[in-house]
Design a protein around this ligand. Structure first.
Ligand SMILES: Nc1ncnc2c1ncn2[C@@H]1O[C@H](COP(=O)(O)OP(=O)(O)OP(=O)(O)O)[C@@H](O)[C@H]1O
Ligand SMILES: [Mg+2]
Length: 274
């Protein structure tokens, strides 16, 4: 694997201040990801995973620390430059980053190309690239269908095609399989793995599923706004059994079960060996 670090984060701090509450979401976080690596970010609900993705990708600002993407500090860029950098170099697969319902699959996929002012891609070329991206995710036949006419897994594949259409160096995915059954989840992760291996793109995937995490090159564990070493009590076979815990939050597509939090309780991962 390439030894070049494409993502470097040092002492990153981010606090949300709603006026009523102050939430330290990232508390001095360090992270390095190599080019072409496929990493999973895991940890209890509220530990800061989405905040981390949003700040690494420059969608959101940090309070302290430095983030460099391919050696460049996005915080130092002007808004327009940062937006253009993101459009050219990053793809986003966010669960709630919805497809536009009035547009067909191919129209949704070509959208980032048409919005990318810097490259001035002609409509005809954009359409061809969008068709190629849909074919790459196995949806050549569904190009003219609208999101409502597609299954959940197909919709998520359209989102992936849209994230990949401009061949970005980094793809950010926030719970890309969160809404999907386990068979479809597995198809989606295999698709991302294949694209990662064929194109050498870097994937950063937030997931609650240990099964998904185990198929990545590395799992980055978070707790309370920081990266932590893999919990010692994860069994060597990676199997996690939620039964003794009893209560789960109903995550259905993985072996990791997250405890239901009691009010005022600290979020904590619970692993139980088989
Ligand atoms: N816009 C916001 N304003 C205030 N607090 C926020 C905001 N967004 C997130 N938070 C808080 O920051 C912390 C981290 O949230 P974040 O969304 O990053 O967690 P997460 O790990 O992605 O959780 P989940 O697994 O549930 O998606 C939480 O305590 C959350 O309540
Ligand atoms: Mg989240």
């Amino acid at each position: 694997m390439n030894e070049k670090m494409i993502i470097q984060a040092k002492s990153v701090k981010k606090t949300y201040n709603t006026g009523k509450v102050i939430v330290p979401a990232l508390r001095g976080l360090d992270l390095n990801v190599r080019q072409g690596e496929m990493v999973a970010i895991m940890g209890a609900s509220g530990c800061g995973k989405t905040t981390l993705l949003n700040t690494l990708s420059g969608l959101d600002e940090i309070d302290e620390g430095v983030i460099e993407i391919d050696g460049r500090d996005l915080a130092q860029m002007k808004d327009k430059e940062r937006t253009a950098y993101r459009a050219a170099n990053m793809g986003f697969v966010f669960q709630f980053y919805n497809l536009l319902p009035v547009l067909t699959a191919v129209e949704n996929v070509e959208m980032p190309l048409l919005l990318d002012d810097s490259r001035k891609i002609k409509a005809k070329e954009a359409r061809q690239m969008a068709h190629a991206a849909l074919a790459a995710v196995g949806l050549a036949e569904q190009a003219d269908q609208r999101p409502a006419e597609l299954s959940g897994g197909q919709r998520q594949r359209v989102t992936i095609a849209r994230a990949l259409v401009n061949n970005p160096a980094i793809v950010w995915a926030d719970e890309p399989t969160g809404d999907l059954d386990s068979v479809t989840s597995q198809e989606i992760i295999e698709l991302m793995r294949r694209l990662n291996q064929e194109n050498g793109q870097t994937f950063v995937i937030v997931t609650h599923s240990l099964e998904i995490g185990e198929q990545c090159d590395r799992i980055i564990w978070m707790k309370d706004g920081q990266i932590v070493a893999e919990p010692q009590h994860v069994p060597a076979n990676g199997k996690v059994n939620g039964q003794t815990n009893g209560q789960t939050n109903g995550q259905s597509n993985g072996r990791y079960r997250e405890p239901i939090l009691q009010p005022n309780s600290e979020p904590e991962l619970i692993f139980v060996a088989n």
